[in-house]
Design a protein around this ligand. Structure first.
Ligand code: SIN
Length: 304
């Protein structure tokens, strides 16, 4: 395989690798390291069935199955469909997934390592692709924090709550999301993680906060916590950390959820169709079952 980094701190293209064929262990290891270094990997011109997408994704860790059971591919509950398309009047998938800055599964005790998305229908207008996925680099964002903020965050944890993002999406015009039931809330209780994580592959510090789910910083008063979170959200959303991926038909995009936050750009209309299949890979190869404070192995001398 050839890994071609782009000119940003995020992003690389992986060429000459057919993901429909079972990869060797050393190829998976090389991709894990590439994710640690470049965070967002594009694999252009792939031809994958749903089951091949799943087989590739599960080499990186356990695949998440959404307890809601919504928008799952037929016969493959680990594969979710992100789409605004209808068939016989029925939605084929989730039409508004990820349309605000967040980190997938930060509200879960076992966090997500990677997202794997395979796009087969990409909206276009006047020849230009729409529905980009944007990223911000949380290693660079951490490095760029003022020294006193780094010091404050060093021993802090942040609570992340699934309901925060859900409620925000419900306020959007035209949203059809109902409020979460008590059972749905209990299925995804809030989780607590260090505000700064040592990335388990790169060994670099990353800011592990995101506007989608982060609700409270430990050991601060409510007001101090709110002010600090507002500061962190404004900081991490600065343009200098931004990388935008414009989709191409039949590309597979894989990204590291530990060192980035992301946003799905909602700049297309209902008749401009988008169809993407997604697997969410949990960080089960990187952390033990006790969660983010217990990494299995770091980059130096790692088995990853
Ligand atoms: C997501 O948050 O996983 C969705 C990203 C996208 O559809 O671009």
């Amino acid at each position: 395989m050839i890994i071609e980094p782009n000119s940003h701190t995020l992003g690389a293209r992986v060429l000459e690798l057919d993901l429909s064929i079972k990869l060797k262990d050393n190829e998976i290891d090389a991709l894990m390291h590439a994710l640690g270094s470049h965070s967002v990997l594009e694999f252009p011109d792939q031809s994958l069935s749903t089951s091949q997408l799943k087989s590739f994704s599960e080499r990186f860790g356990q695949l998440y199955i959404s307890p809601g059971g919504r928008a799952q591919a037929q016969g493959h509950p680990e594969v979710m469909i992100l789409s605004n398309m209808l068939k016989d009047g029925q939605a084929l998938g989730i039409k508004d997934a990820g349309q605000s800055w967040h980190t997938d599964m930060s509200y879960s005790k076992m966090i997500a390592f990677a997202n794997v998305l395979y796009g087969t229908t990409i909206p276009h207008r006047d020849g230009k692709p729409l529905g980009a996925t944007q990223f911000r680099d949380m290693r660079a964002a951490y490095e760029d924090l003022p020294a006193d903020v780094k010091q404050t965050l060093a021993d802090k944890t942040i609570t992340h709550d699934f309901n925060k993002f859900w409620e925000m999406m419900r306020t959007r015009p035209g949203s059809t999301r109902p409020a979460l039931s008590e059972r749905e809330r209990q299925a995804r209780p809030p989780a607590v993680h260090p505000a700064v994580l040592i990335h388990p592959i790169s060994g670099k510090k990353v800011l592990y906060a995101n506007p989608g789910y982060a609700i409270q910083i430990s050991d601060l008063s409510e007001q101090e916590s709110t002010e600090m979170l507002e500061f962190l959200f404004a900081h991490q959303l600065k343009d200098k950390f931004l990388y935008t991926y414009q989709w191409k038909k039949n590309s597979l995009l894989m990204w590291d959820n530990i060192g980035t936050i992301h946003n799905a750009v909602a700049d297309y209309e209902p008749h401009e169709h988008r169809y993407i299949e997604r697997c969410q890979v949990m960080a089960t190869r990187l952390y033990d079952a006790r969660g983010t404070t217990q990494p299995i192995m770091f980059a130096s001398g790692s088995t990853v």
